[in-house]
Design a protein around this ligand. Structure first.
Ligand SMILES: C[S@@+](CC[C@H](N)C(=O)[O-])C[C@H]1O[C@@H](n2cnc3c(N)ncnc32)[C@H](O)[C@@H]1O
Length: 198
């Protein structure tokens, strides 16, 4: 890693720690995700995916990975609740559409801002730390926005999918673990979440 990259990473870790101290439940991590996790989260996503939504981008680790997989800037919509992270993201990615709002409203923003239905949603949200109601609202909005067969990609620091069982059953969700990495602080697993066709 180059000197400027190292300095940026150190700055992002300090920002994250400050954000976590201010709102531990909304951030639910003391450091940004690493590059290995970013690669796993974006595996299988590319220009052919069409529009993509990223939820809870934080300092933009997954955003960078999505752009390096050649997702077109006009096909990428970021939704971040923290105004401090939103300002930082707008400086870093001036070509992207970045909304400061709750992920619960993602279907409204998708309809208003994207050129078509998303083929994937990449989530950095702390789903595990969220209430059952928040999970239900976010996943309902996600699967109403996603095109049929679209996937919701989520990481977790736990060993099981980070969604309440009743919520998953009610929405007819299927979870596939698509990767794990020890090279992240803490180690993480990635799940592809799809709706079982009825
Ligand atoms: C664990 S951090 C992940 C940040 C980044 N994706 C990463 O992996 O380094 C969680 C992020 O989700 C954001 N967030 C939490 N709840 C949210 C919500 N309801 N809607 C949108 N963003 C939310 C936080 O502000 C934070 O940026």
């Amino acid at each position: 890693m180059s000197g400027p990259e190292q300095a940026m990473q150190a700055g992002d870790t300090a920002r994250f720690l400050r954000a976590w101290l201010a709102d531990p439940l909304a951030i639910a991590a003391v450091a940004p995700s690493g590059r290995t996790l970013a690669r796993l989260m974006t595996a299988g996503i590319g220009p052919e995916t069409g529009p993509v939504i990223e939820l809870g981008p934080g300092t933009g680790v997954f955003t960078r990975a999505l752009l390096s997989r050649r997702v077109a800037p006009e096909n990428l919509l970021l939704i971040e609740r923290s105004s401090a992270f939103t300002l930082l993201l707008r400086e870093r990615f001036p070509d992207l559409d970045i909304v400061c709002d709750l992920a619960q409203r993602l279907d409204h923003h998708a309809r208003a801002r994207l050129p078509g239905s998303p083929g994937a949603i990449v989530s950095g949200l702390p789903l595990l730390a969220m209430s059952r109601l928040d999970q239900q609202e976010i996943l309902t909005a996600a699967f109403s926005a996603l095109r049929p067969g679209g996937t919701f990609v989520q990481f977790t620091y736990g060993h099981v999918p980070p969604v309440d069982k009743a919520v998953a059953r009610g929405l007819g969700l299927r979870f596939d673990c698509i990767g794990r990495t020890l090279r992240n602080l803490p180690p993480a697993s990635v799940y592809s979440i799809r709706r079982i066709p009825t």
